[in-house]
Design a protein around this ligand. Sequence first.
Ligand SMILES: C[S@@+](CC[C@H](N)C(=O)[O-])C[C@H]1O[C@@H](n2cnc3c(N)ncnc32)[C@H](O)[C@@H]1O
Length: 92
Amino acid sequence: MLKVKDEVKKMVTFRSLNLLNSYSLMGRFDIIFCRNVLIYFAPEIKARILSQIHGALNEGGYLFLGASESLSGLNDNFNMIRCNPGIIYQKK
Ligand SMILES: C[S@@+](CC[C@H](N)C(=O)[O-])C[C@H]1O[C@@H](n2cnc3c(N)ncnc32)[C@H](O)[C@@H]1O
């Protein structure tokens, strides 16, 4: 089992966020992991969430989704980067 070292934990802040609310108090990020969450929402809500995530990323920041999720038809403001394995999205 992997365990995060205490010195790393001290650099991390844990906060909860309802994706349907404003992200303005969360700050800006280089990477956002949003794995297997968008599957719960209707396309128009997904598009709204992705727009908020886009706004919360720094220029060139990365978005990681779940393996079965895609931005296809939802948001044109990310470049898709094929990795091996998987796909990540970079803010344009
Ligand atoms: C299938 S789980 C995925 C958990 C984890 N990201 C992973 O990949 O293992 C979906 C998660 O979406 C969260 N979720 C559902 N609606 C949400 C919302 N409006 N805001 C934030 N999280 C939400 C649920 O609490 C749950 O933890």
